[in-house]
Design a protein around this ligand. Structure first.
Ligand code: ADP
Ligand code: MG
Length: 364
C-alpha cells in the first residue's frame, strides 16, 4: 500500500500556540517518514491532526483520493473512518486485558473467529505469540512496544502514525529497539509517519524527513540530504551541524564558490538558490573533517585549514575535537586515530574538508 498524503493545515490553541503545516508526502509501502524537531515545535499536533484526534481550524488533509479533513466544507472523518493506526508514546495498553485481548480490542465488529486469526497473525508478525496470555504489567518495555505495534497494525490500517514510540523506554532498550522497530515496520509493509526529537532515531528509522521548528515545516527530503544540506539555519542547528560560521562569497567559477570566513578561504559547491546572495553561512559536519599533522597534503578538492586543538570530548570510541581556526571548527576522530597521531590539547593540526561537504546557506 503506497500512500500520498497532502496536508495544508493551521491549528491555533487557546494558549496562543500556532502550528502550521503544508506538506506533500509519497509514502512507499514499509517506508518511514520522520517528523523531526525540538520539543514544542508542533510534531504531535500535526500527527494528531492527520489521525483525526485534533481538529485544525483551517485547511485540508487529503489521503490518496480521499478527503479526511476540509475545514471549508465541514468535512472531518473520524480516526476509524480514516483507517489509521496510532501508536502512543506510552503505548496505552489496557492493563486489565491480556496481550491477545489488547490486540483483539481494535478488531471489535469482526466475527470472533476472524478476530482470533488476525490477532494470531499479528502476534506472529511481531514475534510475541508466547506472550498471548500475559498482562501488560508482566511485560518488559520492549515487549509492551511490540504489543502496542501489533494492536495498531491489527485492523490493517492504511497509514501507521507513531508518536515518539521509543521515548518511554530506558536508554539501553531504546537503542536496541530502534533497529528492531525499523525491521518490524518494513515487515509490516504499512507506510508510517513517526515523530521523534532524537537525531539518532531519525537516522535509524527514517527514509524521508520532515523538519518541524517553531510551529512550521522547515524542510522535507531524504534523511541524509536534510542532514548534509539543511535548507536554513534553524534546520542546520536542529540536525546538529557542528560547524556553522558566517562567510561571504567572493567569487564563483567552474561551478565552485570561494567563500571568505575570517582570514580563510573556503571552496564549496554553491546551492542552486544562492543567486545573488553574497552573505552565507558555511556549514559542514564533523564527520566530514579529517585531521592531519605536518602541514597540508596536495589535494585540490579539499579545503585545508590550520588550527589549534582547544577541546577533546570523548564519546566512547569516537572523540569530538574542537579546533580554533580563527573560528571554532569540530572534527570527529576515533580515539585510536587520535592516539596514533599523538594529538593533544594545544597541538596545531591541519583540518581538511572536501568542497562537496561544505554546504552554503544564504544569510539575510
Ligand atoms: P511537539 O510534539 O513537537 O513537542 P506539540 O505539537 O505537542 O509539539 O505542541 C506544539 C505547541 O502547541 C506547543 O507550544 C504546545 O504548548 C502547544 N499545544 C499543544 N497541545 C496543546 C493544547 N492541548 N492546548 C494548548 N496548547 C497546546
Ligand atoms: Mg510531541
Amino acid at each position: 500500500m503506497a500512500g500520498q498524503i497532502d496536508i495544508d493545515i493551521r491549528k491555533r490553541f487557546a494558549s496562543g500556540a500556532v502550528v502550521e503545516a503544508r506538506l506533500h508526502l509519497a509514502l512507499e509501502p514499509g517506508s518511514v517518514a520522520v517528523l523531526f524537531g525540538p520539543s514544542g515545535s508542533g510534531k504531535t499536533t500535526i500527527l494528531r491532526s492527520i489521525a483525526g484526534l485534533e481538529q485544525p481550524e483551517r485547511g485540508s488533509i487529503q489521503f490518496e483520493k480521499e478527503t479526511w479533513f476540509d475545514a471549508a466544507r465541514g468535512v472531518c472523518l473520524s480516526p476509524q473512518q480514516r483507517r489509521i493506526g496510532y501508536l502512543f508514546q506510552e503505548f496505552a495498553l489496557f492493563p486489565h486485558l491480556t496481550v491477545r485481548q489488547n490486540i483483539e480490542y481494535g478488531l471489535r465488529g469482526r466475527p470472533p473467529v476472524a478476530r482470533g486469526e488476525q490477532a494470531g497473525q499479528m502476534m506472529a508478525l511481531v514475534e510475541i505469540a508466547d506472550l498471548a496470555d500475559r498482562h501488560p504489567r508482566q511485560l518488559s518495555g520492549g515487549q509492551a512496544q511490540r504489543v502496542a505495534l501489533a494492536r495498531a497494525l491489527a485492523p490493517e490500517p492504511r497509514l501507521l502514525l507513531l508518536d515518539e514510540p521509543l521515548a518511554s523506554l530506558d536508554a539501553p532498550a531504546r537503542s536496541r529497539l530502534r533497529g528492531e522497530l525499523r525491521g518490524l515496520l518494513i515487515k509490516a509493509g504499512t507506510p508510517a509517519l513517526l515523530v521523534t526529537h532524537d537525531r539518532t532515531e531519525a537516522i535509524a528509522l527514517g527514509d524521508q524527513m520532515v523538519v518541524v521548528a517553531g510551529g512550521k515545516i522547515q524542510q522535507v527530503g531524504p534523511v541524509q540530504e536534510v542532514f548534509s544540506r539543511p535548507a536554513n539555519l534553524e534546520v542546520a542547528r536542529s540536525v546538529g551541524v557542528e560547524t556553522i560560521v558566517a562567510g561571504r562569497v567572493t567569487g564563483i567559477s567552474d561551478g565552485l564558490a570561494t567563500v571568505q570566513v575570517d582570514q580563510e578561504l573556503f571552496t564549496a559547491v554553491p546551492p542552486d538558490d544562492l543567486a545573488e546572495c553574497k552573505d552565507v553561512f558555511v556549514c559542514f559536519r564533523a564527520e566530514d573533517v579529517t585531521l592531519q599533522t605536518g602541514g597540508p597534503l596536495k589535494e585540490s578538492a579539499r579545503n585545508h585549514l590550520a588550527g589549534q586543538i582547544v577541546a577533546i570530548d570523548s564519546e566512547g570510541a569516537v572523540e569530538r575535537i574542537t579546533l580554533d581556526c580563527g573560528f571554532p571548527m569540530v572534527a570527529l576522530v576515533t580515539r585510536h586515530a587520535r592516539e596514533e597521531m599523538g594529538l593533544a590539547l594545544g597541538a596545531i593540526v591541519t583540518a581538511a574538508v572536501k568542497a562537496t561537504a561544505v554546504h552554503l546557506i544564504p544569510r539575510n
